[in-house]
Design a protein around this ligand. Structure first.
Ligand code: KIV
Ligand code: ZN
Length: 387
């Protein structure tokens, strides 16, 4: 069976930038946008143009710069937002307006003090108005994760009739379980008239640590776009991490789904975004954390040295990391020590290793990690000893 493409919609510069204290200037945004384009992202959400003159300027400059990806601007469901987004996107080769409104009962009652019927009317008007500026209009049903499926299907049907090309089904509060989110997408695929005219998109938040699982469940059930951010940055606990969904689809060929992202650039991309936004990547972060390809226990190290695949499901080169690392700690074994000595130019015999390992354990019990400098010192002391 032919593998189907999943479009990757990056919202690092919009939802990702909503992280407190992560404000980027236009120059930094342009640097990230250019790299995202090289990475093979299909759609770059460049910002929320009406939110500030600075954001408008950034979206406009990104529109001029980006060569391949579609450039998208967020709006609420009102004329002013849409007009301003259209103006900011006017230089984009492939512009997209992303408009929408809250559809859950909680949003309808507390945010809008409105009714389900009125929300549909506003949604349809917004899509029609956006459509008068650009061909490509994505509609988001904010808080779709907690929206009743029958009503959500009705909203989707009406906005497709109004011309929406993409339907974003956000789990805005990160509430859904993977099965529930997948079932929602399946329900829409099966019950929305005209659904073949639009692409369903997953936009998941990570409040319960399920954003990646929910996005994958969404595409398994028929969605064909994932909205995500580099390093999973975003409001509160963040959004779906781009590097995670890309690598899941690459590793699980059984799913018959793929992206056009050049995974070899993922590690550099993660570092760039972390540096520019000033948000440290946790060491155990999947794919791009400093420890994602580091082995420190003796049993694992022995396995990896014999054959990497014993404890690694991803080739580090596939995400742009040269090689796995063997970290020397008091939990490490002889084979790891010999491996690291060899790495710095010393081929030790079995007898030499026995002695050196004894010295190594004494040092490792006092120090968290033994580095190359420590190894050189151990070897110098050993050479002196044997004369
Ligand atoms: O999480 C969300 O619902 C959003 C929408 C504005 C798309 O970010
Ligand atoms: Zn969001």
């Amino acid at each position: 069976m032919n593998s189907e493409k999943i479009e990757i919609f990056d919202t690092t510069l919009r939802d990702g930038e909503q992280v407190p204290g992560c404000k980027l200037n236009t120059e930094q945004k342009l640097t990230i946008a250019e790299r995202l384009d090289e990475l093979g992202i299909d759609i770059i959400e460049a910002g929320f143009p009406v939110s500030s003159p600075g954001d408008f300027h950034s979206v406009s400059e990104i529109s001029k710069l980006v060569k391949n990806a579609k450039v998208c601007g967020l709006t609420r469901a009102n004329k002013k937002d849409i007009e301003i987004a259209a103006e900011a996107l006017k230089y984009a080769k492939r512009p997209r307006i992303h408009t929408g409104i809250g559809t859950s009962d909680s949003h309808i009652k507390y945010k809008f003090n409105s009714t389900r019927e009125d929300i549909i009317e506003r949604a349809v008007d917004a899509v029609k108005y956006a459509k008068s500026f650009v061909e490509d209009v994505e509609f988001y049903a904010e808080d779709a994760g907690r929206t009743d499926n029958d009503y959500l299907a009705k909203v989707c049907e009406e906005v497709i009739k109004a011309g929406a090309t993409v339907l974003n089904i956000p789990d805005t509060t990160g509430y859904c379980l993977p099965e529930e989110y997948g079932a929602k997408i399946k329900y829409l695929k099966e019950n929305v008239k005209g659904i073949d005219k639009a692409v369903l998109s997953c936009h998941c938040h990570n409040d319960l640590g399920l954003a990646t699982a929910n996005s994958i469940s969404g595409v398994v059930n028929g969605a064909r776009q994932i909205e995500c951010t580099i390093n999973g940055l975003g409001e509160r606990a963040g959004n779906t991490a781009l590097e995670e969904v890309v690598m899941i689809l690459k590793q699980h060929t059984d799913l018959n789904l793929h992206t056009d992202v050049n995974s070899k650039m993922l590690n550099k991309m993660s570092t760039l975004v972390s540096d520019l936004m000033g948000v440290f990547v946790q060491p155990n972060k999947a794919i791009v954390g400093a420890n994602a390809f580091a082995h420190s226990s003796g049993i694992h190290q022995d396995g990896v040295i014999k054959n990497r695949e014993t404890y690694e499901i991803i080739n580090p080169e596939d995400v742009g990391i040269n090689e796995s690392s063997i970290i020397l700690t008091a939990r490490s074994g002889r084979s790891a020590l010999a491996y690291r000595f060899k790495h710095i130019g010393f081929d030790v015999t079995k007898n030499e290793l026995d002695f050196l390992y004894h010295e190594f354990l004494k040092a490792a019990d006092m120090k968290k990690e033994i580095d190359n400098e420590d190894l050189h010192m151990m070897m110098t002391a050993f050479s002196r000893k044997i004369g």
